[in-house]
Design a protein around this ligand. Structure first.
Ligand code: ZN
Ligand code: ZN
Ligand code: FE
Length: 758
């Protein structure tokens, strides 16, 4: 008996080859009907025998295209029609269509095979792509996503490409960036002064240049990379010198999983993440094999590795290098370069050559960074491959624009039940970064096709984003406390509502009482919060200087622990500095000059790293804490002692007993790895005990973990495990970063929740 079923597929189903997939499946199963993009997904009506319909249903759900994600589907039986074929109906134009572009995707296996097949017409063509792979968001000019509105508009398709584009059974059917050597973009090699070097094969020449240890800026999907041979110490050091980047780890790129396995430890989850179409940089434990220069990630036990994700990168890595350093082409605090001329100008004095092409990058988008912890992938920087996929919310909200924090910034728009985050913007310290911030607000407004009347920003009066919010006309500004936003962001991505216990373990954020917060135990929901507890406050002698020089924080902690004798003890520690330095700190603290108080876990990490003797000064924020985690030898340690103080129902985590114990043991010669591990163990134990105390008083059993310190895998995994053992329901980040890169999602959710639909 013939039946007709109407399917409605929701989720990421547009611009990812979903309609041709449905078309091919329907033909395979011998069904008639049609498929069409609509306002909120894809509609398919299929007609045929029971068994054919069943086969169709199973195939669709088990073999959906790699870039698609069906988040919901509905089906109903409707009246049969008199028809004889299956059609792809035209999409309706914007206005009634949520036609945001899909994210960029790594070159697929089929395209790779063609790339290296001498008989293929796209043999070694650096812009090969198909319906399942290639550039997407980064070539979008206007929406809806359609070739005429992308950077490919200036490359008219040749007859062969056009035929592929128009043939539903072809794997390049409606592949908007489709191109070939006849009709598509080309690469060029240019020298440091911007002159084209004429070679038959610019890619071969670039490889030759890299082998000589020179630095090449290479145009990628969302911006330029600076590349050097990762096995060449001198080249890596030269790159560091020229980029003024002393020790901050550099990412490397390898051709495939096999090479990655030679350099770093990988598990199933890690390999899945590395090889995913999003191809993030994945942080993985180093193997000591000697393939990779020591200068790539000094003092770190982990290495940021990604697999090649464009055809051009595959060509560069094919034969000649184990790995290339591929670091964002920018100067400190500036966004990544995208334009050819822009790159030559901004990278003057850094790059020796430029491997460019004539397909424009229209949306700036850095590489994403991820890690695996507690068996789950976690994003630490959300950009290429993930943007603009929305985070699905549990309910519909009024539209909100959230401007994010100041460092590791990203902006967010909530529209209906979806939250769209911009690519990672970075630290808003330079005019270029601020321009990029405004670029991203425009991008989100374009993607969501809305201009929200509610604007959320941080409580900090001095942030650039706060001043932008205040200068906006005709909007309602809602200011959200930094750590409340952290917790709300984790609630949003986990789809939970109502009161929770929130652990916001962080660098620094402006507190509701005007002091610096950063080690917070909140009772929070999506509207408001109270501060149930925090890490015992301490002073930052010299304020900003204390962040660059953790020894100052260590000195302050010793003073809090030992009173008047602290200087004698400090000079006996291995990191001993000149006693006049300590005298200066003593003076500052006694007179309370430029020494703000904070409850920041990030800064406590810094101070402890200094006391243990790991680092007195840092080259980048978080370096001391990262090294403390890196040295920690987690095997079988006992936690350092601590106390929990109670001041009028606000708990204070008192780590002074830990500082004393650490110092005593260090003076006795205990090695840093054991001390670092027992400090981590103390944090985990004390967090669990604090949370248990808050549960007893509040009856709440859900714990939400957020804040930059949960990038520390030892801490995150220890807390998740310990809290689960204590019967808590534990929620942590996986879709947006736990660091400040996820803040704007929380800001948007809290602001939206202040204005519920009536
Ligand atoms: Zn492909
Ligand atoms: Zn062509
Ligand atoms: Fe933060």
């Amino acid at each position: 008996m013939t039946k007709r079923i109407r399917y409605h597929f929701m989720g990421i189903v547009q611009g990812v080859g979903f309609r041709p997939f449905v078309f091919r499946t329907a033909l395979q199963c011998g069904l008639t009907g049609f498929v069409q993009n609509t306002i909120d997904g894809v509609i398919a009506e299929v007609q045929g025998s029971d068994s054919a319909l069943k086969e169709f249903f199973l195939y669709i759900n088990n073999n959906a295209p790699p870039l698609s994600e069906i988040t919901g589907q509905a089906c109903s039986e409707i009246n049969t029609l008199d028809e004889s074929d299956f059609k792809i109906l035209e999409s309706r134009s914007r206005g009634d269509l949520d036609a945001y572009s899909p994210p960029d995707s790594a070159t697929c296996e089929n395209c790779l095979q063609e790339l290296f097949d001498p008989n293929d017409r796209r043999f070694r063509y650096p812009f090969i792509n198909c319906t399942n792979c290639g550039p997407r968001l980064t070539i979008v000019n206007e929406l809806p996503y359609d070739r005429d509105r992308t950077a490919m508009a200036c490359f008219p398709l040749c007859p062969t490409c056009k035929k592929e584009y128009n043939t539903p059974s072809d794997r390049r059917f409606h592949a908007e960036p489709n191109a070939c050597p006849v009709c598509g973009p080309r690469v060029r090699l240019i020298d440091a002064s911007g002159n084209e070097c004429l070679f038959d094969d610019p890619v071969e020449e670039a490889i030759h240049t890299l082998k000589q240890g020179l630095i090449i800026a290479i145009k990628g999907l969302g911006g330029f990379h600076l590349a050097v041979d990762a096995g060449n110490d001198a080249a890596v050091q030269r790159l560091r010198e020229r980029k003024c980047r002393e020790e901050k780890p550099l990412a490397i790129m390898v051709r495939n999983l096999n090479t990655a396995r030679e350099i770093v430890e990988t598990g199933i989850q890690e390999e899945r993440l590395l090889a995913s179409p999003q191809r993030p940089i994945v942080l993985l434990t180093k193997k000591n094999t000697g393939f990779i220069s020591e200068f790539i990630a000094p003092h770190m036990n982990r290495l940021g590795v990604m697999l090649a994700y464009t055809p051009l990168q595959h060509l560069l890595l094919e034969n000649d290098f184990t790995a290339l350093v591929m670091t964002s082409a920018n100067r400190t605090d500036e966004p990544i370069c995208t334009g050819n001329r822009e790159a030559v100008k901004r990278l003057q004095g850094i790059a020796d050559f430029f491997l460019v092409h004539n397909r424009d990058i229209l949306v700036r988008c850095d590489d994403s960074i991820a890690m695996v912890a507690s068996g789950k992938p976690r994003l630490m920087r959300r950009a290429r491959g993930f943007v603009p996929c929305p985070i699905m919310l549990t309910q519909h909200h009024p539209s909100v624009l959230a401007l994010g924090p100041h460092l590791k910034s990203a902006v967010c728009i909530i529209k209906d039940n979806q939250a769209f985050l911009s690519p990672h913007i970075g630290d808003m310290e330079t005019p270029q970064a601020r321009d990029f911030f405004h670029e991203n607000i425009k991008l989100l407004k374009k993607i969501t096709d809305c201009s929200p009347g509610i604007v959320a920003c941080d409580l900090h009066p001095g942030y650039y984003s706060t001043s932008v919010a205040n200068s906006m006309q005709d909007v309602t500004v809602v200011r959200i406390q930094h750590h409340h936003a952290h917790i709300a962001s984790c609630m949003a991505e986990n789809g939970i509502k109502g009161k929770v216990i929130g652990l916001a373990m962080d660098g620094t954020g402006f507190g509701a009482d005007g002091t610096i917060w950063g080690g917070e135990f909140l009772i929070a929901d999506e509207v408001d919060f109270i501060r149930a507890g925090h890490i015992r406050q301490f002073k930052l002698p010299g304020s900003e200087a204390a962040i660059r020089e953790p020894w100052r924080i260590g000195a302050g902690l010793l003073r809090d622990s030992y009173g008047d004798e602290w200087q004698t003890i400090a000079t006996r520690l291995p990191l001993a500095l000149h006693s006049q330095d300590y005298a200066v700190v003593e003076k500052m603290l006694t007179a309370n000059i430029n020494s703000p108080v904070c409850s920041s876990l990030g800064r406590l990490f810094d101070g402890v790293a200094a006391i243990i003797g790991i680092r007195a000064k840092v080259n980048f924020e978080g370096q001391a804490a990262m090294e403390l985690e890196a040295v920690a030898d987690s095997s079988d340690v006992s936690a350092l002692p601590f106390k929990i103080d109670d001041y009028e129902n606000t708990l204070s985590l008192n780590y002074i007993p830990s500082i004393k114990e650490l110092t005593t043991q260090r003076l006795k010669g205990a090695p840093p790895p054991a001390l670092a591990a027992s400090f981590h163990a103390m944090l985990i134990c004390s967090f669990i005990e604090m949370t248990v105390r808050i549960r007893s008083a509040s009856g709440l059993n859900r714990v939400v973990l957020s804040g930059g310190c949960f990038q520390n895998r030892l801490l995150l995994e220890g807390c998740i495990e310990g809290l689960m053992k204590a019967d808590f329901n534990v929620y942590s980040h996986h879709l947006v970063p736990t660091n400040d890169g996820g803040i704007s999602l929380g800001q948007a959710l809290v602001a939206a929740s202040h204005f519920p639909f009536q």
